[in-house]
Design a binder for this molecule. Sequence first.
Ligand code: MN
Length: 228
Amino acid sequence: MLELLQLLQPPSVAMVHEVANKSNKMQNREYQMQAPYELFKLNYSYDALEPYIDAKTVELHYAKHTKTYVDKANEALSGLQKPGITEAGAYELSKQLDDNVGGILTHQLYFNCLAKPKEKGGVGGVFPTSGPFYEAVKARYGGFDGLKEGLKKGGLSRFGSGWVFLHQDLSITTAPNQEWPRGKKPILGIDVWEHAYYLKYQNRRVEYLDNIFFVINWGYVESLYKSV
Ligand code: MN
């Protein structure tokens, strides 16, 4: 829908519907999402990521921020289906839908890529020591440390709110706001919005980015790396 936003004139209602449908179908296929959208399940308790990400932050981030994306996506979806909608209204709602579906997709990836740290009996922070993902990271980044530096650098370079992603081709990109990286296959997404770390780290994004590596579920990342 990005292309719609670049048009000077609002598109026709039919065009908005067509693009909204195409966009939803694409995302449904990739992530088995169904409209109306539902809040995905969190695979761990709010305090599971302590001490690296505090329970209150996980609770607010999941139950409030992410839930709002779900509610706003559904609100836009039902608005778009109402008869008699104006072109300007459809344009606004399609942007709302796009932004909020992006919010759901990015957060689903983020929360799925995290796990209880190993010192608490979890798999968080355990980087593979063999296998195709390990070999590919070694070839491209020299190993885990190089990959971590690349992701940190990306996360720090993103001005304001946004994301740093690792993709299936092992490239690293960043994106503003909740923009889902279309045309790429992200296998890890790190939220660098202040709401992801402010309660514990305040302005210290670098410290958050250092510590998040203790709770990354590399087994999950690797499963996406291997997925077709
Ligand atoms: Mn977030």
